[in-house]
Ligand binder design. Structure first.
Ligand code: F6R
Length: 365
């Protein structure tokens, strides 16, 4: 049942190229993104969307954080992203021109479902991105995009997250296309980049041994940091959650520029830092943040794109990830972080598929 792997989590990590392919599926043609069968909004209604709220929990919330960058960049609609258990109680501004996107692997998470109901009650249109056909979230939303990741058994979510990202890219590209914000040539480029992602994920999976060695080296630590800016910070939050839930090592994901406003005080000799630097526009800024932590004795694993040779001069180890367009990088960057959590868990002798205190589906509020 584990397909030759020791744990469901590893099987699911390796299923990601397929999950991405299946989620793209028939939604892309050569030159257009076609979501007309799934999304009832017509061109005019898409043009009228004034704001988008992503609402979700845990890993699905982290997909929404990436979604904020992606949708704002592609579709030029203001996006907010909230944890479902917070959204419900903060009196958010919801109108008939608000699109609420709930993201949930199981489609049964109590807080997400309650937020969906509240958003509908206040007149929003609700779109669900979920992995389970016929789940509560799928049944109650106005529109549904299924992520075709297949059943996810391990408590720690992996392939559901990457396929949620794919659904979000498709949605962003579709809105851009319908709003005529991108030329046909630009849409074709996005489509061809999306199609290349499964191969790029295969490539980064080959870095497993490097990640394993670093995971072993962090196993004796009780604290570490993930640093990154922009999309890298969003991915860092997911990497940090994965590491905490599996290895029980405390970690924090920090927006690298914010470090010197307090948290730098925690950087001391030997503390592991995982520095994510995949975004060209802020690459130099990341390098100087890494120098700041190195100067205080941190042991740094850098993650950067092939061809960026600056980082290796500063960090202790480096993992090169295949180049993809800036917006798509989270799909690739998260893979080594999933492997890191997996191997740190094994190195500490814990149960990968059943972390303590956690349930796969959280149906209490
Ligand atoms: C972490 C994890 C959880 C879930 C969260 C939401 O690895 O799996 O954080 O992402 O409980 O679950 P769904 O997506 O089913 O609503």
């Amino acid at each position: 049942e584990k397909g030759g792997y020791d744990h469901f989590m590893m099987k699911e990590i390796y299923e990601q190229p397929k999950a991405i392919r299946d989620t793209l599926g028939s939604r892309i043609k050569e030159e257009t993104v076609d979501l007309t069968n799934e999304i009832g909004l017509n061109k005019e209604e898409i043009n009228e969307i004034e704001r988008i709220h992503f609402v979700a929990c845990g890993t699905a919330y982290h997909a929404g954080l990436v979604g904020k960058y992606v949708i704002e960049d592609l579709a030029r609609i203001p996006v907010e992203c909230d944890v479902a258990s917070e959204y419900r109680y903060r009196n958010p501004i919801i109108t008939a021109k608000t699109l609420v996107i709930v993201v949930s692997q199981s489609g049964e998470t109590a807080d997400t479902l309650a937020a969906l109901r509240e958003a509908k009650r206040q007149g929003a249109r609700v779109l669900a991105i979920t992995n389970v056909v016929g789940s509560s979230v799928a049944r109650e939303a106005d529109d549904v995009m299924i992520t075709w990741a297949g059943p996810e058994i391990a408590v720690a979510s992996t392939k559901a997250y990457t396929s949620q990202l794919i659904a979000i890219y498709l949605l962003g590209a579709y809105f851009a296309q319908e709003k005529e914000l991108k030329t046909a040539a630009e849409i074709t480029t996005i489509i061809s980049e999306l199609k290349q992602l499964p191969e790029k994920v295969e490539e980064v999976l080959q870095q497993e041994e490097t990640v394993k060695a670093f995971a072993t080296s962090i196993a004796k630590h009780n604290n570490l940091f993930f640093l990154g800016r922009g999309l890298d910070n969003a991915v860092g939050l997911e990497g940090s959650l994965k590491l905490k839930e599996l290895s029980y090592i405390h970690s924090e994901a920090y927006a690298a520029g914010e470090l010197k406003h307090g948290t730098l005080a925690l950087i001391e000799e030997g503390i592991p830092v995982i520095a994510l630097a995949t975004q060209p526009a802020i690459y130099d800024k990341m390098v100087s943040n890494v120098e700041e932590v190195k100067a205080r004795g941190a042991h740094v694993l850098g993650l950067t794109t092939v061809g960026n040779n600056e980082l290796e001069k500063t960090v202790d180890e480096v993992i090169y990830i295949p180049a993809v367009s800036d917006l798509l990088s989270p799909v690739i960057t998260v893979i080594p972080l999933q492997l890191l959590a997996y191997y740190a868990c094994l190195a500490r002798g814990y149960d990968v598929d059943k972390p303590r205190n956690l349930a796969k589906s959280v149906t209490v509020e």
